[in-house]
Write a protein that binds this ligand. Structure first.
Ligand code: ADP
Length: 191
């Protein structure tokens, strides 16, 4: 399943490159230094140009390194998206070091920032499942549950949330989890 409507918001899964998304904001799976890196972080800075890195530099000069679970916002530079929300997911250490709570915070704080800025659409990559090693199905459960709960609690906030999954295996894992969530929410909504 690749789409679920939650209250007034369309939650969609697509396979592709997040740097091409024209939502108001795209989310970067950054690291604490905010100075770019590999994976989706490198792709966003390459496509977005130096203005994003310059703002990241100013943020780190002002407030220091960004802890896991937190989020900040910069311009989208040359990207089709107006803003980039940089968040830091947890590094996977086996699941006993608060990884799920930190991943929940990364999604929740990104959504909060978008709604505080009155944005109407946002795209996420699969945070932490690349270099940071978080198992994909477990990460998809956290990601999708967190987004669905946020939209249920904040029904008038966003019009569209997109997960842009880079490879077929990641897309399929998210689609399977979304299917389970859809089955459960439809049971809850039943009269
Ligand atoms: P992390 O360090 O949080 O694990 P990574 O960038 O290493 O972040 O990986 C997170 C996910 O982003 C992986 O599924 C990776 O395949 C994916 N990814 C890499 N490049 C892109 C891109 N251009 N658009 C969307 N997702 C991407």
């Amino acid at each position: 399943m690749n789409e679920l409507v939650v209250k007034q918001t369309r939650l969609t899964l697509v396979q592709g490159d997040i740097t091409r998304q024209a939502t108001d904001a795209i989310v970067n799976a950054a690291n604490s230094g905010l100075m770019g890196g590999g994976g989706v972080d490198g792709a966003i800075h390459r496509a977005g140009g130096p203005a994003i890195l310059e703002e990241c530099r100013q943020i780190v000069a002002r407030q220091g390194r960004l802890p896991a679970g937190q989020a900040v916002i910069t311009t989208g530079g040359n990207l089709p998206a107006k803003y980039v929300i940089h968040t830091v997911g947890p590094v996977w250490h086996g699941g006993t070091r608060g990884e799920a709570a930190l991943l929940t915070d990364a999604y929740r704080n990104s959504l909060k920032l978008a709604t505080e800025k009155n944005l109407t659409s946002i795209s996420f990559p699969s945070i932490s499942t690349g270099a940071y090693g978080y198992p994909v199905t477990a990460a998809a459960e956290v990601a999708l549950h967190t987004v669905v709960s946020f939209l249920q609690e904040n029904p008038a906030s966003l019009q569209q949330v997109v997960f842009v999954l880079f490879d077929a295996a990641t897309f399929n894992a998210y689609a399977a989890v979304l299917e389970q969530i859809a089955a459960r929410t439809s049971r809850e909504d039943a009269p």
